[in-house]
Design a binder for this molecule. Structure first.
Ligand SMILES: [Zn+2]
Length: 334
């Protein structure tokens, strides 16, 4: 069984449900909140799909909740209810339009901020994906970021891979967000969708590489089914090679049909081989449920990893997908 995720000691609740992971962000914001020293502007930075925007909404709820306990909003008071239903007049969202945050959006925001909040103690502005903001839009935001009008809290989010202008960064308090562990991601996926079984959740968590958001993109796609089939193939002991041949050829066809998902499948197999490698060296891999159980030698594992990089190279050169898949599958079951 997978490890049970400990409930965070500093809870953040969104719509009454606990928010898992990101302990450092919780500690940081919670301290500022309890000492009454919340910054005017925060920059939540981290990988995609690890909860930055959800956390921002949770914080927006907490600062205006009439029955908040630290970072945890009640989920039932009028302010919480409006936030949950998306009708809170003092929660403003600025998100990229056609791939970028435009200067017109920032000008509109600044105009709104010149009026006092309608009803909330603190108006919360969430500006998502500021790494998409162009220079001129960023420039027009600088003064507001440095000194927002009273009773306004600005939360900016950015992808860690994206480039955030230094003029923006220097005017915000930075809060780092991290990729989640396999267990945390699995737990979140299971909580979000009670029709998921544990094996599928673990597989999705692996495919998501620490990002529940990314993991959900794979949900119920052919990739999940194929990955399960492949794990079975690699785990079984080959008894009849001739019988196996037909099966592998059929699988190569479904594998080739994964098309743009093939790189994700390769990452997944590499992760599983890494676990085999760790176990081969007498170390715990941490992965217990969805993994390849096989007593391969170090040489065998390295040969399989090499086969994957070979396949990656060939796909990069636009070689025939079915052929690449066949060769790879045969080298994996060797
Ligand atoms: Zn509340």
């Amino acid at each position: 069984m997978h490890a049970q995720v400990q409930l965070p000691n500093i809870a953040l609740h969104i719509a009454g449900k606990p928010f898992y992971g990101q302990q450092q962000a919780k500690n940081l914001i919670s301290r500022s909140l309890s000492s009454g020293r919340l910054a005017h502007a925060y920059l939540f930075r981290g990988p995609e799909g690890v909860g930055k925007q959800l956390f921002a909404r949770g914080l927006a709820a907490a600062v205006n909740c009439s029955a908040a306990d630290g970072l945890s909003a009640c989920g039932f008071c009028p302010s919480c209810k409006k936030l949950i239903s998306g009708s809170h007049p003092d929660f403003l969202l600025v998100a990229p339009e056609k791939g970028a945050i435009k200067i017109a959006q920032i000008r509109k925001l600044i105009k709104t901020l010149s009026f006092v909040p309608y009803e909330a103690k603190t108006r919360v502005v969430l500006i998502e994906d500021v790494h998409t903001m162009r220079q001129e839009a960023a420039n027009s935001l600088l003064k507001t970021l440095e000194e927002p009008p009273d009773n306004n809290l600005l939360i900016l989010t950015a992808d860690s891979a994206g480039n955030v202008l230094s003029t923006i960064m220097s005017r915000c308090q930075s809060v780092p967000f991290y990729g989640l562990t396999l267990e945390e991601t699995t737990e979140i996926l299971l909580k979000q969708d009670d029709t998921l079984d544990l094996d599928t959740a673990m597989l999705l968590a692996r495919l998501g590489e620490g990002s529940p958001g990314k993991a959900q993109l794979f949900h119920r796609r052919e990739l999940v089914d194929f990955s399960k089939e492949l794990i079975t193939l690699l785990t079984e002991t080959v008894e009849n090679r001739d019988k196996e041949l037909g099966r592998v050829l059929l699988m190569a066809e479904s594998m080739a049909a994964l098309k743009e998902d093939l790189p994700h499948l390769f990452s997944l197999i590499k992760l599983m081989l890494r676990d085999c490698l760790l176990e081969c060296c007498g170390q715990q891999s941490g992965a217990e449920d969805v993994s390849i159980r096989k007593d391969w030698s170090l040489e065998q594992i390295f040969a399989k990893l090499e086969a994957i990089s070979q396949a990656e190279k060939e796909l990069g050169r636009n070689c025939n997908r079915t052929l690449v898949s066949e060769v790879l599958l045969f080298r994996l079951i060797e």
